[in-house]
Ligand binder design. Sequence first.
Ligand code: SAM
Length: 391
Amino acid sequence: MNEKETIISTFTRAIDSSCLKKAVFSKPQDKSIVRSVARIFAKKGGESFVQLETFTSDNKALHKNLSITEAPEYLAELALSQYSQTNIVAMSGECEIKISKKGKIFISDKIVYSDKAEISDHNRTKNYILASAPGHEKFLELLGICSSDGKIIDKKQSKFRQINRFIELLDDVYDHLPSDKELLVCDLCCGKSYLTFAVYYYLTEIKKRSIKMYGVDLKRDVIEYCSSVAQKLGCTDLTFICDDISNFDRGTPDLVISLHACDIATDIVLGYAINHGARVVLSTPCCHHEMMKQLDCDPLSFISRYSMLKQKLCDAATDSLRCLMLSAHGYSVEALELIDPDDTPKNLLIRAILDPKMTDDRKAKHINEYKSAASFLGVDPFLANIVNKEK
Ligand SMILES: C[S@@+](CC[C@H](N)C(=O)[O-])C[C@H]1O[C@@H](n2cnc3c(N)ncnc32)[C@H](O)[C@@H]1O
């Protein structure tokens, strides 16, 4: 078997045994392309096909659908002629194909062909929670996520997936919100407010709740735009405020949400939630700069001497300390993956639910754990300085 036949056979086996998760084609020869990703999908009637999604450097995503029979040869040819690296990722193990500058092909196949992969439903958009909210197309269109015929615009696909996933993660904990009152909800650092409107429609149209909702951001033009969209949609109980979120104070929120609030803005969000005893908090951090300047920990210098690894360490340590601080204030906390890391590397979601039964002893244990971790790292995070110390 030559290399091409070996690769065709690998794709065939991975697809036929349903263990293909995805194939990622990277290091393209054509610099106008970033990468391609192939995945198996199922059509409504049950028939499967392979979809190849190619991301271009001008932020477009192009799609090509291949039948199960034609896919192995097409993908093998793609791997050999257009990319220097291809990873065929299976449920268990992966096959890596690398092509050197001199054209030598290296294939390392560690796939275990036994497990079954789940075939994604190509019509998943129809099952998105948001899709069942009457009127959702209108706000998606006004915010530029879908066209007037209701189709999601290619370069907004990942944003659409992101907000839908966020709603799913909110839906999981919806029952922790009070059921007998108007809900007070805020989206801090709302930006263009895709998420704000999505949560608004989820709560008002799907859950049929009466709410008062605020979106807050520093950008005046964006806030003016969001206010005009809210007006066009007749969302009278949704108010956009142009201000620093540190000035925001509308009492005890039931739900605090935040998607990609920059650096310590995430701490301001969490501090607000903690200090006001918000019932449910969903926050996806963004960039992490604070700890990069503070970290002072000799035992970890074997990591921090490499700036890229230091950043990963600081990202993880910052978010873990945030989780601990929430726990120390009576929250039951989870650190979840928001979305496929292929979409964005900033894909951690901190989900916290106020647990009224958490004992003071348990909170004290968390705060002690927090203090010893911060002292070990030699850091004094912003969040620790803005939360109510007596709690
Ligand atoms: C990365 S964007 C995310 C926007 C939106 N949540 C989204 O996911 O599309 C971060 C936003 O945070 C806002 N921001 C950062 N610090 C802020 C602060 N202290 N007060 C209010 N807004 C802030 C910025 O203006 C920006 O719109």
